[in-house]
Design a protein around this ligand. Structure first.
Ligand SMILES: Nc1ncnc2c1ncn2[C@@H]1O[C@H](COP(=O)(O)OP(=O)(O)O)[C@@H](O)[C@H]1O
Ligand SMILES: [Mg+2]
Length: 240
C-alpha cells in the first residue's frame, strides 16, 4: 500500500532579520504516514516536532525538502510547493490538525466550534450538532459548557473542545500535537479508544505524545528527531 504522506529532507528555519540570525526549527526530516497507521514523532523539547506538523499543515512554509501527499484519487501534491488555494481545499476535506492550543473565534459556542469542520464539508447544522453532542459527552465536557464560547474554559476543557473539533470529521490525514497533555486519566483512555477506532476507519495519523506510554500503545512507526544545530554552533564546532 502506498503511503498517504512521504516527507523527504524537510527542513525549516526562521530568519531573524533584526539580529541577522537563522533559527533552525527542524532539519532533514524523513518520514511516512499510511492509511490506518499512526506515525509518532519523538524527541526532546525543541527538536522540531511541532514544526514538522505545522509544515505539513502549511502553518509554516518549509525552507527545503518535499512533502508528497497522495489524495483519494491518487493525485500527488508536494505540500511544500502547493498553492494557498490547494492548501485551503486540503484542510477542508483531507487534512485535520489537533493543535496544542485552541484557536477559535471568541463569540462562537463550544458546540458550534466543534461542528465547524462538518458544516464546512456540507453537513446540515442539525446533524453536525447531534454528532458534536455525542463527542462532547464522550470526552466528558459538562453539558452546561456546550453553549458557551471556549475562550474562558480551563486548559483541560479547551483541549477537549480542540480534540472534539479535530476528531469529529474523518480526514484522510490527521495531525495530533500532544492531544492528551492536559487531560485526566479517564478522558485520556477515551481519547486512546477514539484514536484506535479512527485508525480502523483508515485515517493516517502523524502524532506527538508527551507520554512515552502512549507512543508504545498507539504508534505503528516511530520517528526520532534530534534538535537541529544552530549555525553558530556549527561554526563553533569547526573552529574549536
Ligand atoms: N515561529 C517560530 N519562530 C522562531 N523560531 C521558532 C518558531 N517555531 C519554532 N521555532 C524554533 O524551532 C525550535 C523547535 O520548535 P518546535 O517545533 O516547537 O519543537 P518541539 O515541538 O519538538 O518542542 C524551537 O527551539 C524554536 O526556537
Ligand atoms: Mg511541540
Amino acid at each position: 500500500m502506498q503511503p498517504i504522506l512521504e516527507i523527504d529532507g524537510l527542513s525549516k528555519h526562521f530568519q531573524l532579520h533584526e539580529q541577522n540570525k537563522l533559527i533552525p526549527s527542524c532539519a532533514n526530516v524523513h518520514l511516512q504516514a499510511s492509511a490506518g497507521q499512526l506515525t509518532a514523532l519523538i524527541g526532546p523539547t525543541g527538536a522540531g516536532k511541532s514544526s514538522v506538523l505545522k509544515c505539513v499543515y502549511r502553518t509554516y512554509l518549509p525552507s527545503s525538502g518535499r512533502m508528497l501527499y497522495r489524495d483519494g484519487e491518487g493525485h500527488r501534491t508536494d505540500l511544500a510547493q502547493a498553492s494557498e488555494h490547494r492548501m485551503l481545499a486540503l484542510r477542508q476535506h483531507d487534512i485535520g490538525f489537533v493543535t496544542q492550543f485552541l484557536h477559535c473565534l471568541p463569540r462562537r459556542s463550544a458546540l458550534d466550534v466543534v461542528c465547524e469542520p462538518l458544516v464546512a464539508q456540507g453537513m446540515t447544522h442539525q446533524t453536525a450538532r447531534k454528532r458534536a453532542r455525542e463527542l462532547l459527552s464522550l470526552l466528558n465536557v459538562p453539558e452546561r459548557l456546550w453553549g458557551v464560547p471556549p475562550a474562558t474554559f480551563s486548559g483541560g476543557e479547551k483541549q477537549r473542545i480542540n480534540l472534539a473539533r479535530g476528531l469529529i470529521a474523518r480526514p484522510r490525514l490527521l495531525l495530533l500535537d500532544e492531544p492528551t497533555a492536559s487531560l485526566d486519566p479517564t478522558t485520556t483512555e477515551r481519547v486512546i479508544e477514539l484514536i484506535h477506532s479512527i485508525k480502523t476507519e483508515g485515517v493516517a495519523m502523524l502524532a506527538i505524545f508527551h507520554q512515552t506510554e502512549l507512543v508504545l500503545r498507539l504508534a505503528d512507526h516511530v520517528v526520532e528527531l534530534t534538535p537541529p544545530l544552530a549555525v553558530s554552533d556549527i561554526l563553533e564546532t569547526c573552529t574549536s
